[in-house]
Design a protein around this ligand. Structure first.
Ligand SMILES: Cc1cc2nc3c(=O)[nH]c(=O)nc-3n(C[C@H](O)[C@H](O)[C@H](O)COP(=O)(O)OP(=O)(O)OC[C@H]3O[C@@H](n4cnc5c(N)ncnc54)[C@H](O)[C@@H]3O)c2cc1C
Length: 404
């Protein structure tokens, strides 16, 4: 017998759960809602962790998804520092780390993702950091205070953003990455070359087509002193920040018998229903049949997690709608550059550039067989709404059909 019952249980204290709670109330749900998250903080936006919060421009309060007081006002119960240890979908109950057993009518699994860690020699040395939570940014800020040189490992958006934020804090930063150009994996060579220029113009050193072989200690022996690369370079490093990817957190889902998918996430249908009756999923670990893309998709972006939380909430209330919001992503490199992207393109055979990189705002359109699959807007270039419409419409337009 459960110790208590709730109408809706939202598992995970991130943006997906927080948006689901807000949507449930906005759509008129008057029943009980319980959000259970294992972090110390109420749900907050993670993007500032590598940007404004790390640079010291944004406060913890500004990062919160809902302001203090919102939870009480909305009658949504929030348990922080609490994990859901297991779900029993057959009897619709959940065991919490507080030892309470909670019966639920419907549940959302929104357990997010965890950072991928490097397992190389020296990986345990002090001064090597990963960023996922606000507390990690606090640690980095304190740790780099007395440090001159920082190496950022990884050429994707977290590595680039951290390099920009720490340069803003007066550090000399090197990016070490497997890619030839930063961000060229998701956005191609034109954007990659331009991002390199922006970073280098602000003093960031970039080492591409290479990777970490090992970390070596400083003279004291306990703290990182340099990064040795597979290519034989020895990069001085008073601290290291790694942004080498994330992996969906499916521990609870696996333990609870939910079906997992080929992309490493929790397998959902187009309505974001998992394999268990009454259990939905949203956010970084949600792998769903996308009616927009015609394939299974799993995306680790903040606005996507929020939009999925909203769709799952509507479907809990009986809307029975497919999740059909075109995925959107943004990234800022300090105040040097702003990127927005709609897509995502799994593959493309043509890049159409509108505007001129280096000479103001520009956009890159990613086409596959003439179909628009994605668009990247740099510093406000291009028309994101038009791109969304073309991606959703799906039909071939070719370069000639793109806005000028
Ligand atoms: C440093 C950084 C910068 C980013 N910048 C951008 C950006 O610029 N643009 C962008 O679009 N995206 C960005 N992202 C990605 C974005 O933040 C994520 O896509 C988003 O946070 C996913 O939200 P979520 O709710 O799915 O998961 P999460 O935010 O990971 O939240 C899940 C929560 O559930 C908790 N949890 C897990 N298991 C349990 C359990 N069993 N019981 C209770 N709680 C549990 C976790 O501890 C976590 O707090 C960034 C991410 C990071 C780390």
């Amino acid at each position: 017998m459960p110790d208590r019952d709730v109408d809706i249980l939202l598992i995970g204290g991130g943006i997906a759960s927080a948006t689901a709670a807000a949507t449930l109330r906005a759509e008129g749900h008057e029943g009980s809602i319980l959000v259970v998250g294992r972090e110390l903080d109420p749900p907050y936006h993670r993007p500032p962790i590598s940007k404004g919060y790390l640079a010291g421009r944004e406060t913890r309060e500004e990062a919160l998804v809902h302001p203090a007081g919102w939870w009480e006002e909305q009658g949504v119960e929030l348990l922080t520092r609490t994990s859901v240890l297991s779900l029993d979908p057959a009897v619709r109950s959940a065991k919490l780390s507080t030892k309470q057993e909670v019966g639920y009518g419907q549940a959302l699994v929104a357990t997010g993702a965890m950072v991928r860690r490097l397992s190389v020699d020296g990986a345990q040395l002090e001064g090597i950091h990963y960023l996922r939570a606000l507390g990690n940014a606090d640690t980095v800020r304190t740790d780099v205070e007395a440090v001159d040189r920082v190496v950022c490992v990884g050429g994707s958006y977290i590595g680039c953003e951290v390099a920009a934020s720490l340069t803003e804090r007066g550090k000399r930063v090197t990016i070490l990455m497997q890619e030839a150009e930063p961000l060229d994996r998701p956005f191609g060579p034109v954007v990659g070359a331009h991002v390199r220029r922006v970073l280098e113009d602000h003093g960031v050193e970039i080492v591409g087509s290479d990777e970490v072989e090992r970390f070596e200690a400083d003279a004291g022996g306990g703290r990182v002193g340099r990064v040795v690369t597979k290519g034989g370079r020895r990069l001085e490093a008073g601290a290291v920040v790694c942004g080498v990817g994330a992996q969906p957190d499916v521990m609870l889902a696996r333990k609870s018998g939910l079906a997992l998918g080929d992309l490493g996430g929790v397998r959902c249908d187009s309505r974001l229903r998992t394999s268990a009756d009454g259990v939905f999923a949203a956010g970084d670990m949600c792998e769903y049949d996308s009616v927009l893309h015609g394939r299974v998709v799993r995306i680790e972006h903040e606005e996507v997690a929020a939009a999925q939380g909203a769709t799952a909430a509507r479907n809990m209330l009986g809307a029975d709608v497919a999740h059909a919001v075109v995925p959107y992503f943004f990234s800022d490199l300090s105040d040097w550059a702003a990127m927005e992207y709609v897509g995502p393109a799994a593959a493309w055979d043509e890049e159409v550039v509108r505007g001129e990189p280096g000479a103001g705002p520009f956009s890159v359109w990613y086409l596959e067989g003439g179909h628009v699959r994605a668009m990247l807007s740099f510093d406000g270039g291009g028309d994101l709404d038009r791109a969304r419409a073309l991606i959703a419409a799906g039909g071939p337009v070719g370069a000639a059909g793109l806005p000028g």
